[in-house]
Every structure is written in C-alpha cells, then in structure tokens.
Design a protein around this ligand. Structure first.
Ligand code: ZN
Length: 135
C-alpha cells in the first residue's frame, strides 16, 4: 500500500501564502503523527531559508533544526517531514534527492507557481511518491 500524507487545507494555504510572499524558496518542518505508513501533519515549523547559493535552493540553520525537534517534543509531536517550495513543478531536484538520502523524512514540495503539491520519501535507496490527502 502506498504511504499517505494527510494535510489540512488550512496548513496548505499557509505554505502557499508564505511562498507567494517570498522571492526565495520557503522551507520548514512538518510536525505531526505517524501511524505505520500514514503521516498526518498537525503543525508547521517554519524555518528561514539561509541559502546564499540561489533563491531556488534552500538551507536551514542547524540551530533551527534542533529547535524544531525540541518544539515538536513539547507538543507531543514528531518531526515527520520537510517542506519547501519550488518556483516550478513540485518534483525533486538533484539537490533534493541528495538531501532525501540523508534525511529520510517525508519531503513535501509545493509549487509557488500554481500551488500544486507532491510528497516523497526515500526508502531503501529508491524514491516513492506518497498519496496526499487534503483534509
Ligand atoms: Zn527542491
């Protein structure tokens, strides 16, 4: 069975809103709960994109990564994924694929062009797309 990512339209609207307000990619963590292959997003943890390479790249300050995990813990949630926007289709870039190898979380990508989304996870060295359920 395909893994699923459940996300509310409120949270999705928030990411769309932020991505339209920024010239660079927006990024952060998805906090939520996992039940087998069922991931549910409960909260966002927004992180500034500190990439100096390009506006079409994202990088997070490691201190913020640590804080995201502490914040999730306080809420009784887990860091289940990473989200970021693309100024194009929501398909993983070469850099994203490299990142997925090291961060085996759900990767949610949002197109800031048309608001479309897709979610992926790297498992056993291969990339899998999750079914996204808007709730
Ligand atoms: Zn990307």
């Amino acid at each position: 069975m395909r893994s699923r990512l459940r996300i509310s339209s409120r949270i999705l609207r928030e990411i769309v809103h932020d991505s339209l307000a920024e010239d660079r990619e927006v990024c952060g963590f998805l906090l939520g709960v996992v039940d087998n292959d069922d991931f549910k997003v409960v909260e966002l943890y927004k992180v500034e994109n500190v990439s100096a390479v390009s506006q079409a790249r994202f990088e997070m300050d490691p201190r913020r990564v640590y804080e995201a995990h502490k914040y999730a813990e306080r809420l009784g949630l887990e860091v289940i994924g990473i989200y970021h926007s693309h100024p194009g289709p929501p398909t993983p870039s070469i850099v994203d694929l490299e990142g997925m190898k090291h961060w085996p979380l759900v990767w949610l990508i949002l197109s800031s062009i048309d608001g479309s989304i897709a979610a992926y996870v790297m498992k056993d060295g291969s990339i899998r797309e999750l079914e996204v359920l808007l709730e």
